[in-house]
Design a protein around this ligand. Structure first.
Ligand code: C5P
Length: 232
């Protein structure tokens, strides 16, 4: 799989999601299904979107004891998703167990990506709530290295961190970057943003784009614009 635009389908129901996906009659976007939609609709929404011809990033961010994560990953692997993820904070052993669970009998598996520190966690929260006293950048890179050591395929990170992740973990270690906005668009609640063209330039492998596409008056045109800036 090469560079691609992943559309965050942050809808509350299957009905709203299909209404949106029905707009795409030519190129079928890579779709991100998050907790809200998955918890509302269950595994059948994953199977249905897959059947419609979309690739799927199932964003459930698993974090539990290694054995539980391993068995849960085996279930997600059976759903035939293309990418799934977990929290690197669950330790290297948990990530290794996840990879084992995800790997099918024939050796194939979905890509497995780690979330390092959530972008909602700042230095102050990390120090006071988690008792981690190191600078946040160092913590993010350490978690990325742990993910690489465990054999994972990459991390979710801010587009501003993608270059450093590649320098630290290698060019082939994937960076999936949210926080993408058009140069002339509304940034909403995202704080540190980049345009699709800038994300391409700094070497991001996949961009995750939600509202600039889902809330656009013409979502197909907005998606095509993203695709042209980032992929073509
Ligand atoms: O609508 P918007 O483009 O901001 O959506 C971005 C998507 O990426 C959302 O699904 C959001 O939960 C997700 N995300 C993010 N920042 C992170 C991790 C995930 O915006 N650090």
């Amino acid at each position: 799989m090469g560079k691609d635009v992943i559309v965050a389908c942050d809808f509350a129901s299957a009905e709203k999601t299909y209404e949106f996906l029905d707009l795409f009659t030519e190129r079928k976007p890579f779709v991100k299904i998050g907790m809200e939609l998955f918890y509302a609709e269950g595994p059948k929404i994953v199977k249905e979107i897959k059947k419609r011809g979309h690739k799927i990033f199932l964003d459930l961010k698993l974090h539990d004891i290694p054995n539980t994560v391993k068995k849960s990953m085996a279930v997600l692997s059976n759903l035939d998703v293309d990418i799934t993820n977990l929290h690197a904070g669950g330790t290297v052993r948990m990530m290794e167990a996840a990879l084992e669970g995800l790997t099918r009998e024939d050796g194939t598996r979905p890509l497995l990506i780690a979330v390092t520190q959530l972008t909602s966690t700042d230095q102050e929260a990390m120090e006071n709530d988690l008792l981690i006293k190191e600078p946040i950048d160092k913590v993010v890179m350490h978690y990325a290295k742990n993910a690489k050591t465990a054999g994972l395929d990459g991390v979710v990170c801010s587009p501003l961190e993608a270059e450093k992740v590649h320098d630290t973990c290698g060019k082939d270690f994937l960076t999936i970057t949210p926080g993408v906005r058009f140069a002339d668009g509304d940034i909403g609640d995202q704080k540190r943003v980049m345009t699709p063209a800038e994300a391409k330039k700094i070497g991001s492998d996949y961009i995750v784009v939600g509202r600039p596409i889902t809330a656009a008056s013409d979502p197909v045109t907005a998606y095509n614009r993203c695709f042209e800036e980032f992929v073509d």
